[in-house]
Write a protein that binds this ligand. Structure first.
Ligand SMILES: NC(=O)c1ccc[n+]([C@@H]2O[C@H](COP(=O)([O-])OP(=O)(O)OC[C@H]3O[C@@H](n4cnc5c(N)ncnc54)[C@H](OP(=O)(O)O)[C@@H]3O)[C@@H](O)[C@H]2O)c1
Length: 286
């Protein structure tokens, strides 16, 4: 049975994708930050679809020590149940903030969760992905366009603008995906980014306030149901031969920003390695 790991699977797009992949026969491990929300989601899924295989692991992925603990739990499951292989990793967990707030490591929260958490989790699960010729999928956004990385102050500590921080974190998702393809496509690991479009979820109303909360409450009403982007994740997981482009919306390739270059991807890779205290492996072909 193929295995998929989905972060931010306790609500919204992640939850809809978890259900979709489980119905397609994947054993799915969902990651959520809140135990009771995860337990409720699991109960509801198993009541409606008793035949599927899903389980949840809890962890606050904003904190790097939590990412490492969650990765260790996933590796233990994969070793026991799936010959140490992972077919799909979906880095979907994300947040929006209204003010400058930091993690235990002192990193800006949107940057830490929306980008660094996926960067660190993927690093830990790379050998398992390689064994399965696995896929990594990020949940990106069209909002990455008309945006540049603020290389001299990537956490935007000076004159913090929450919307800019969000858009930059979504540009990081695509640059990271490009960096992974540049490094590991030859090893069988293929990476994509899904633009879900505007989706009716609660993302803008969690730990936010003021104008962010107010605007999102209006905007979300125009969004599609999370089942819509879940189709694109399922398409990328299962279509054969594997789709070849980087960035997808509604199961079709889309053009991404001109900022998505190997040069920028390498720069972000090096900076993120430094911020996570890791070094991605270079695998030499024999
Ligand atoms: N909604 C849109 O229109 C839209 C558009 C473009 C891109 N996106 C992207 O889609 C992704 C999913 O967002 P969504 O709209 O589905 O919102 P959502 O329903 O709030 O889902 C976010 C998920 O991430 C989890 N999460 C939040 N903070 C976490 C943390 N510290 N550690 C671990 N998990 C955490 C949430 O857990 P809880 O259930 O406990 O809150 C939830 O499961 C995000 O990356 C977002 O940037 C959304």
């Amino acid at each position: 049975m193929k295995t998929a790991v989905i972060t931010g699977a306790s609500s919204g797009i992640g939850l809809a994708t978890l259900v979709k992949l489980a119905q397609k026969g994947y054993s799915v491990i969902g990651i959520g930050r809140d135990a009771s929300r995860c337990i409720n989601a699991e109960k509801q899924i198993l009541t409606n679809h008793p035949e599927v295989k899903v389980r949840f692991i809890y962890g606050d992925l904003m904190q790097q020590h939590e990412v490492i603990r969650v990765a260790t739990e996933i590796m233990q499951i994969l070793e026991k149940e799936n010959e140490n292989k992972l077919e799909v990793l979906i880095n979907n967990a994300g947040c929006v903030r209204s003010w400058y707030t930091t993690t235990d490591e002192g990193y800006e929260q949107q940057f830490a969760l929306n980008h660094l958490a996926g960067f660190l989790l993927t690093y830990h699960l790379l050998p398992q992905l390689r064994r399965a010729d696995g896929k990594v999928i990020m949940t990106g956004s069209e909002s990455h366009k008309r945006m540049k990385i603020h290389w001299n102050d990537i956490m935007l500590t000076r004159g913090y603008n929450p919307l800019l921080a969000y858009k930059q974190s979504k540009l990081c998702n695509i640059l990271f995906a490009k960096g992974l393809n540049d490094r590991y496509l030859g090893d069988g690991i293929r990476t994509y980014v899904v633009d879900p479009g505007l989706v009716c979820t609660e993302i803008g109303c969690k730990n936010t306030g003021g104008v962010v909360d107010w605007i999102w409450n209006i905007r979300k009403k125009h969004g599609v149901h999370p089942d819509v982007p879940a189709e694109t994740f399922a398409y990328l997981c299962d279509t054969k031969p594997a789709p070849r482009e980087l960035y997808y919306h509604l199961c079709k390739p889309n053009r991404c920003s001109r900022q998505v270059t190997s040069k920028n991807a390498d720069k972000l890779f090096a900076l993120s390695e430094q911020l996570c205290g890791i070094k991605y492996p270079v695998w030499i072909k024999i």
